[in-house]
Ligand binder design. Sequence first.
Ligand SMILES: [Zn+2]
Length: 572
Amino acid sequence: MKKNKRNKKEDAPLDNDDTLVDMFNERLRSHLRFCGDNGKIWLRENRMLLVHAQARGEMRREIIDSFGLDSARALFFRMGYASGVRDYEITRVSPDIITDVDAFRAGPLIYALEGGVKTTIKKLEIDSKAGKFYSEIRCEHSWEGQAHLRYYGESSEGVCWSLTGYASGYTSAVMGETILWREVGCVSKDMDYCTLIGKPIEEWEDAEEVMRLLKQSPIDVPSLGPEALTGKKVPPVIRIKRPSQLIGRSQIFVDAYKLLVQASTSQITVLLQGETGVGKEVFARLLHSGGARSKKPFVAVNCAAIPHDLVESELFGVEKGAYTGAQASRPGRFQRANGGTLFLDEISEMPLSAQVKLLRVLQEGEVERLGGTKTEKVDVRLVAASNIDLRPLIEEGKFRADLYYRVNVLQITIPPLREREFDVLIIAKKFLKRYSILYNKKLRGFTDKAKQALLDYPWPGNIRELQNIVERSALLVEDESYIEATHLFPLLSSDDDLGFGIDMSGGLTANQKKYGKEYCDAVLSGKLTMDQANTMLLETALEKAKGNLSAAGRLLGLTRAQLAYRLEKKKE
Ligand SMILES: [Zn+2]
């Protein structure tokens, strides 16, 4: 994991370069936000906690007394290590940091801001390119040392485990290799300050033993399970086995899934209702694969993507010469789905004439090709889907009532993503894993602020939009980094260098409103018609995607077919 190739600057002045310290401190502080009204503290993209040193000291004592010194040391070291790595992520984007020395010096500054210790760097040799590191630092006011003294008295060895963990995590992240710090002097040994030495792990004699500290070793406490409290055996949580495409534990989603499972065991005609991008086709495919027809074909048709005058020949087939352009006889989707399932998406877009024919096919189980004379038996399970309520269309005369009752025997409503509050992060993580593999990157996950942004966003394009946004972020972000809020929602970064011009207590929607407002003003003042705006949007997307319809569709949250259809419509 080699990275961070900065300029070599080994013998930089360490004590008299206050400009960098001031500049960095000021910038750091500007990234610290106290949002008391929604119970959050932010340091850049990280959610922070302000804890009582006294309470932390008492917790430390309880952990030592309950689990022993070794486990406690390992635990605090790892906690510190994780914080150090995270803090490096905070500093690495700062424009003030140019050299290895700068990168290293930012660590003690941020740790000091967090109330860790006051650090003086006594010696520093750093060259990340060559993998060379040696440093000695002096740390004052360690809360750990003081807590240890208070409860246990003087100690024969260093006790500032989260401090050494932090220094190790931070420096390892800077260097791109494991650097281990240890205390050679500690306030718990009756010193005025702690002295730490850091060097690459292989240069320590007992490297293997300390590596144990770095590894996760869950504390084994058999007596503290739920059984120990009640004396009863706790039954395992029963989970419905679900295919990997369908994840989520929001009740509203689980209910829809249960209905789907029930429906798949019968031949009942199902109408899937749900907004664009909620996964209607995924549901339809599962209905097919979970039932008796799973070995037979599944054929999907998006009614909105087919020009009206071609819907009938697409669905029912055509004989040669039935109309100009029908140069060969071919079967329709009904025949191709014979024995299996036909999925009709966006059925509301189907023209009335095709609706009449569809109804007849469903009633009689026979298809007649366009321009043909003989009928053909078909055995097809129909699954229809719509992103709008069909009932108003019946009143408007755009959808046949008899067809509606025929396709809507069982209706399953798939909830929009914004109503599945528990699922957004689970699904986002799944997509991130998928695209990390696809783009061959080791991404570390989402920052706290990115997670917050994912939860705050209303997801009008649902899962498909979430997927597109995660894919784009995974593609654009640097290897081995976190996905930040501004990677997900680039508009967030428009106000300042690091994207903190917006208060997260409602910033996203406010920002969207701001962008939306310009558009509304333009349309309402007659400077731009809605049609022109839409055309511009489609054309700009096409331009950006260099004419590639699929890619342009992804930018707009549409499928290739939907975009093609919309472009076609423009020409009419
Ligand atoms: Zn110490």
